[in-house]
Design a protein around this ligand. Structure first.
Ligand code: HEC
Ligand code: HEC
Length: 478
């Protein structure tokens, strides 16, 4: 008893002072320690470290409340009408109270600018998703269908509101900011396939329709809007705590709380309102930083996993960091010429000068807590926490499973999934899918389309099939 106490004390002191002497200081015969597996953390050529910038602190609990009940989007159809026509949603998956309890998780019951209670879209529209039937807040939506132009529905609703309440009725006016935004967006956000997200383009379009100084709405765009809609996947919120620059390309710098309130530009009416919303976003950011990924639900093979960990530490950790109790994350931007994945997300909207410079010189980019958008010519090597749960892979969601990602030859050119959140492949890790011969169907991912390519990131190619399986076994545990 006493001995083990002494040993504990010694080891503890030795942690700080004399790591190498530990065995000599003890009373047992020295044994040969197994050599620690090598971890290669040298940043590869063509990568650039992104430094941390100071961030505002907040209260996570308040942030969560604000996310699921707050008025950062403050326009939409009148709540009563919404409930009357569509009926209440009795699942109350977020356990909300009051009128929010009757709404689906992606809508908040909030007062519009003129006091009318409306059903307004919230961040969970894109930042929550079902996984094996369970709603996970912070998991990127990977099933929404943006292939349809929904503009007609919105103007139909506007007309119905005019008929029901009158042209200048408060109920109709409360819908107006949402209507005018969706009117300019509707034909700009159409994707080629289901499941990918056009939010990058959304920012560019809405930015164009604002006066820079006042944030007032402008019906005519302030800069030409690029034609292409380049799709992306939606990254999980549990990455936020590790990342020094937000978004796939690392374009989001400066104050992250300011950056992530961007969705409010949908219906924002004044700088005064923006400042009120902004005060809540340090809390939202604090909440995002508390989110942990879901755990892989099935047993893993420990021996394979251990071998896979060694492979990971040699081949992957230099870009993606290390995992476990004391994880590290290098925050590296990897140049397009090195990563060679589809370049269009980096070079189109997020690389569009007119958009970036307007944003940076607007209220969003100014002041003590200004955000800043910086064009990059590459993609951030993302954290891989909870990677088993975030298929499909790469920034555009072009690769259905980890096994395919780690073996370029196996990546399907055309693939189709059924969008059932339980249809998971626990072996290859990702979605079950069928390979097809051509695209042209919205549920078939067509990697030959511009922006939808599945090339690049070939770091798994040189592994043997056995090494790849070991590596995947380890990736399941992150
Ligand atoms: C219309 C869909 C949509 C809505 C609504 C939306 N987001 Fe996003 N969000 C995205 C997409 C897509 C990305 C990835 C863009 C990229 O990285 O290029 C993203 C990225 C992010 C990131 C960066 C994550 C990372 O790893 O870099 C954060 C944080 C975030 N959003 C927070 C929010 C918050 C908070 C709200 C609500 C105020 C919100 N988003 C509303 C689609 C959306
Ligand atoms: C040179 C740096 C680098 C190395 C080495 C590297 N990666 Fe990556 N990885 C990246 C970048 C950058 C991305 C994002 C590319 C994109 O989305 O276009 C990425 C993306 C990924 C993704 C997809 C993430 C997601 O959310 O979709 C996985 C999984 C992944 N890497 C695993 C690995 C594994 C396993 C290894 C080792 C065999 C490895 N990577 C080696 C830079 C690297």
């Amino acid at each position: 008893m006493r001995n083990s106490y002494l040993f504990f004390l010694l080891s503890f002191l030795c942690l700080f002072a004399c790591q190498d002497d530990l065995i000599e200081a003890g009373t047992t015969t020295p044994t040969v320690e197994p050599t620690e597996p090598t971890i290669d953390l040298t940043p590869p050529a063509g990568t650039q470290f992104i430094e941390a910038t100071p961030q505002r602190n907040g209260d996570p609990q308040k942030g969560y409340e604000y996310l699921i009940t707050g008025d950062y989007v403050a326009s939409g159809p009148p709540l009563d009408l919404y409930l009357q026509i569509l009926g209440g949603d009795d699942s109350n998956e977020l356990n909300r109270t009051g009128k929010n309890a009757d709404l689906p998780h992606f809508l908040n019951a909030v007062p519009a600018f003129n006091g009318v209670e409306v059903a307004a879209a919230n961040c969970l529209t894109c930042h929550s998703e079902y996984l094996d039937g369970q709603l996970i807040v912070g998991l990127g939506n990977n099933s929404f269908d943006y292939t349809q132009n929904r503009g007609a529905d919105n103007s139909l609703l506007a007309n119905a509101l005019t008929l029901a309440y009158g042209e200048n009725a408060p109920e109709r006016l409360a819908y107006e900011p949402f209507r005018r935004a969706t009117a300019v967006l509707s034909d700009q956000l159409i994707t080629e396939i289901q499941g990918v997200n056009p939010a990058g383009k959304l920012a560019v379009v809405l930015g164009a329709h604002r006066n820079l100084e006042t944030l007032d709405w402008s019906d005519t765009p302030q800069y030409p809007i690029p034609e292409a809609t380049i799709p992306s996947d939606v990254p999980p919120w549990w990455h936020t705590k590790k990342k020094n620059a937000l978004y796939y390309t690392g374009v989001g710098r400066g104050d992250h709380s300011r950056t992530i309130m961007a969705a409010s530009i949908l219906t924002l009416q004044s700088i005064e309102e923006a400042e009120k919303i902004d005060q809540n976003f340090p809390d939202v950011l604090a909440y995002l930083k508390t989110i942990e990924p879901p755990r892989y639900p099935s047993p893993v093979n420990i021996e394979m996993m251990e071998r896979g960990k060694n492979i990971f530490n040699l081949e992957c950790a230099k870009c993606h960091g290390t995992y476990g109790d004391e994880d590290t994350y290098p925050n590296l931007l990897v140049g397009l010429d090195v990563i060679k994945t589809d370049p269009l997300l980096a070079t189109s909207n997020y690389g569009y000068d007119s958009f970036l410079s307007s944003y940076n010189s607007s209220w969003f980019g100014q002041g003590a807590n200004g955000a800043k958008l910086v064009a990059t010519n590459g993609y951030i090597a993302p954290p891989l926490d909870g990677i088993w749960a975030t298929a499909p892979y790469l920034h555009n969601g072009s690769v259905p499973t980890l096994e395919d990602l780690l073996n370029r030859e196996q990546r399907p050119t055309f693939w189709q999934r059924n969008f059932d959140s339980s249809d998971l492949d626990y072996e290859k890790v990702g979605w079950n899918y069928s390979e097809r011969n051509a695209g042209n169907v919205k549920t078939i991912y067509d990697t030959t389309l511009p922006g939808y390519g599945n090339q690049g990131h070939i770091y798994g190619d040189r592994l043997s099939a056995e090494e790849r399986s070991d590596l995947i076994e380890y990736l399941k545990t992150l």
